[in-house]
Design a protein around this ligand. Sequence first.
Ligand SMILES: NC(=O)c1ccc[n+]([C@@H]2O[C@H](COP(=O)([O-])OP(=O)(O)OC[C@H]3O[C@@H](n4cnc5c(N)ncnc54)[C@H](O)[C@@H]3O)[C@@H](O)[C@H]2O)c1
Ligand SMILES: [Fe+2]
Length: 372
Amino acid sequence: MSLFHIKPKIYYGSDSLDILKTLEMKKVFIVTDKTMVKLGVINNITDILKERNVEIEVYSDVNPDPKDEEIIKGMLDFVSFDPDCVIALGGGSPIDACKGILYFVKKIKRAMNETEKLTFIAVPTTSGTGSEVTTYSVVTSGNKKIPLSDVEMLPDIAILNPVFTETLPPAVIGDTGMDVLTHAIEAYVSANPNLFSRTLAIGAIRTVFSDLVKNYENPSLEKERTNMQIASCMAGVAFSTSSLGINHSVAHSVGALFHKPHGRLNAVLMPKIIAFNAKNPAARKAYCEIARALDFIPKTEQEGVEILIKGIEMRNAKMGIPKRLRDLGIPKDEYFKQIDKIINDIENDMCTEYNPRKFSYAEIKELLEEVY
Ligand SMILES: NC(=O)c1ccc[n+]([C@@H]2O[C@H](COP(=O)([O-])OP(=O)(O)OC[C@H]3O[C@@H](n4cnc5c(N)ncnc54)[C@H](O)[C@@H]3O)[C@@H](O)[C@H]2O)c1
Ligand SMILES: [Fe+2]
């Protein structure tokens, strides 16, 4: 049975925070990170809530790539505060941590025959993961990144306001923007595509190709910032229904071991993973369709693949993203010592299921050697 979800409600643009002035809420639990508090980004929300005399509790102990213990700590604070609204404010890390908190709180309450009735609002401050519109949450446990997926983790409301991405450092703009591109390309070439996901993926890819480098070079441009927020969101909806691929499986495994930014890992890996997947005829055709949607006129499908790879490499180079994992400071000895664990994690990652090319142990090992 095919299902295409349309949730959450998405308020976007520079007046989108006005929705917080109208919603019914008495106690709001905000999940965020220390940077949002330090930079005062959180004040854009708390100022409105304070004006309305809403009770607020802030949980800001979330770090990049949230760990299970950060989620457990957040659950304890959440339960003792007992809010009627929860706001996740931040990049993918605080939003995923918040989703993890809600996932486990709802499970526990259900086991006790209690229901959890609250409004869940996600406010992204990076244009990257699309977590505000996905059923996914990526949690790190030990040296493993585990993607969870459950419809219960979908926010009710997403607010995309360009004020929240004003303070992003260019390096984070580049990394997270390339994460958007990876989501959209993997959603498009997935072995489980549909017309909804493919149409949204193409919209996201075209927007990243036209606006990401401009956003990186001049973060004050509001139109490009707004467009990247929408691209991130479209790519999130796209991969939510068609799934991702091994670009993400490799990034999850290597990221959990070596703690490098998720988007940057995806960006470094993407050209070689596209070349690897393009050995599959259906994937090759799909990559060529993407090149055509970007207004290139390749003579053959293989030429389409190569044009797409070139376009990605050019954008990586302009944003200071290196070509290989070794350039990210991942130590060679440790990487090759862990290669069997990496392969095992890739095989067990839910993103691998719909990768367009199936592969043997020897083939994935060769790819991992090549990307290093
Ligand atoms: N749920 C999903 O669907 C999904 C999809 C892809 C990735 N992920 C996960 O999301 C996480 C990555 O999220 P991310 O790439 O958005 O980064 P992040 O949330 O980890 O943030 C990266 C850094 O940027 C800072 N930052 C964020 N917004 C800022 C702003 N407006 N101004 C200044 N600094 C800011 C943060 O404080 C942090 O130091 C990873 O754990 C990844 O695995 C989730
Ligand atoms: Fe991602």
